[in-house]
Design a protein around this ligand. Structure first.
Ligand SMILES: NC(=O)c1ccc[n+]([C@@H]2O[C@H](COP(=O)([O-])OP(=O)(O)OC[C@H]3O[C@@H](n4cnc5c(N)ncnc54)[C@H](O)[C@@H]3O)[C@@H](O)[C@H]2O)c1
Ligand SMILES: [Zn+2]
Ligand SMILES: [Zn+2]
Length: 362
């Protein structure tokens, strides 16, 4: 099969012929239908998230089951599925405590002594990113990375639910409780931020303020529910948000992952408000913030990982949200591209020229 392989950091992905193994116990072989391109893939390429090459990236997929391994009872060939990087073990304290997205087993693939899931035609192992690796024509995943969805859900839009939508929507629906009428700020209107914005709209937030440095994104943000927009490239976005909210917002979602925008997020949060960190700041970087500001104004900061999901419960629900018109996915897709264009897609993402790009396979 054809796949885009990361051979080194900060270099274009290589389009290569790759061997994929047959499904072993508990594994499912998929034909990839579509894969969204998330900024976290770019973080890996740039070294901000450490994943050793060679590796096949891509973690926002939808596909169709081709074959299942021994013991797989939840899937049969022909099933339409979404893949999620938070696979779970089902028995640890996080899984049994209701937070399976924190399960520490999620990055465990096959045992090191077994045949690799992915390899070169010569048999050299190629790493599988987050048990998925969707920048490839086929995928071999643990069944606990997958959820079955309705056959009438278009698979290109379904793929967005695999990461960006579940992350942003879940940050607003699961990680925090947003009382109706609350003021909400979304910093960063990429795939993740536009999904968080829709989560704020779905829970009945009052003012929903979209902040981005690319003013063209406000057209989409307004269609998806933003009541106000702040152009971060024109003046001080913190002062603008404080002006719009009378001193700061109830909830601020940072959906970029930069040190200055995390600091802005805390500064935009009002007294007693909550800052939700969704963007991934490269792990080498620390963020200075005023602790006194948190104490004296009782601001809270929380991280939000993969929308605090229980994805077998959440993703079919998000599919229903799309099909009943509450969740807008068509507006989030800037372009559908073939796998061969993946490097150009990352260039467009670096320049902020796109919302979500989706690789579609024949
Ligand atoms: N918490 C999680 O579990 C999780 C899951 C998925 C992705 N992420 C992270 O979320 C972040 C966003 O991902 P994405 O795919 O939506 O990215 P993206 O590149 O599509 O969107 C980022 C947006 O930020 C805007 N932007 C950039 N610099 C800005 C600035 N200084 N001021 C204002 N706006 C600015 C860009 O114009 C763009 O609209 C990334 O850090 C990604 O790694 C986190
Ligand atoms: Zn992602
Ligand atoms: Zn577990």
């Amino acid at each position: 099969m054809k796949a885009a392989v990361m051979r080194a950091n900060n270099a274009p992905l290589e389009l290569e012929e790759v061997r994929i193994d047959d499904p072993g116990p508990g594994e499912v072989l998929l034909k990839t239908a579509a894969s969204g391109i998330c900024h976290s893939d770019l973080h890996v390429i740039e070294g901000g998230l450490p994943v050793p090459p060679p590796c096949i990236l891509g973690h926002e997929p939808a596909g169709v089951v081709e074959a299942v391994g021994a013991g797989v009872t939840d899937f049969t060939p022909g099933d339409h599925v979404i893949g999620c990087l938070t696979s779970w073990c089902g028995v640890c304290k996080f899984c049994t405590g209701g937070r399976p997205y924190l399960c520490p087993s999620q990055y465990i693939g096959r045992a090191p002594e077994s045949k690799p899931r992915l390899s070169t035609p010569g048999g050299d192992a190629i790493g599988q990113f987050a048990n998925l690796s969707s920048f490839a024509e086929k995928m071999l995943c643990p069944e606990r990375s997958l959820v079955k969805i309705r056959d009438d859900m278009p698979l290109d839009r379904a793929s967005l639910i695999g990461c960006g939508v579940t992350t942003g929507l879940g940050a607003a629906l699961n990680t925090v409780h947003i009382p109706a009428g609350s003021s909400v700020v979304i910093i960063g209107c990429g795939g993740v931020g536009l999904a968080a914005l829709q989560g704020a709209r779905i829970v009945g937030a009052g003012k929903i303020i979209a902040v981005d440095a690319q003013a063209w994104k406000f057209d989409i943000a307004q269609k998806l529910g933003a009541t106000d927009c702040v152009d971060a490239s024109d003046g001080d976005p913190v002062a603008a948000v404080q002006g719009l909210t009378g001193g700061g917002a109830d909830f601020v979602f940072e959906c970029i992952g930069l040190v200055p925008t995390v600091q802005q997020a805390v500064a935009m949060t009002g007294r007693g408000g909550t800052t939700v960190l969704v963007g991934v700041v490269p792990i080498q970087q620390l963020v200075p913030i005023s602790a006194a500001d948190l104490t004296l104004q009782e601001k809270k900061i929380t991280g939000s990982y993969m929308g605090s999901n229980r994805f077998r419960f959440d993703m079919p629900k998000y599919v229903e949200f799309y099909l009943d018109g509450r969740l807008h996915l068509d507006e989030m897709i800037s372009s559908r591209i073939p796998l061969d264009e993946v490097n150009e897609a990352f260039d467009r993402m670096r320049k902020g020229e796109v919302a979500r790009q989706v690789i579609v396979f024949d």
